[in-house]
Design a protein. Structure first.
Length: 118
């Protein structure tokens, strides 16, 4: 089961780092991704990282967010900088054997709330 953590209330321009851990065997064999759902909006893909470490980002977060994975800790991170009020959302991590399978999966863990407000 995936559980995201690290959310909170910060001011615009500040940073946060989200974490998501799972079991070692699952983590090593899965691509990982971060999604978010803002109030009144559909859930959207934020960033993905493959087993080999290749990354991809939504245009809205490029240059501000960094996804990374620590295989020794079986943890995926989302470093978020220069946060904006529009980044306010519940953030979820997700996994899959491939990017396509991850996208199609309906298995969601517990998210973590990120609120950007002055």
């Amino acid at each position: 089961q995936l559980q995201a953590s690290g959310g909170g209330l910060v001011q615009p321009g500040e940073s946060l780092r989200l974490s998501c851990a799972t079991s070692g065997t699952i983590f090593r064999n899965n691509v990982m991704g971060w999604y978010r759902q803002a109030p009144g909006k559909q859930r959207e893909l934020v960033a993905t990282i493959t087993i080999a470490g290749s990354t991809n980002y939504a245009d809205s977060v490029k240059g501000r967010f960094t996804i990374s994975r620590d295989n020794a800790k079986s943890t995926v991170y989302l470093q978020m900088k220069s946060l904006r009020p529009e980044d306010t959302a519940v953030y979820y991590c997700k996994r899959g054997r491939t990017l396509a399978l991850m996208a199609m999966s309906n298995s969601w863990g517990q998210g973590t709330l990120v609120t950007i407000s002055s």
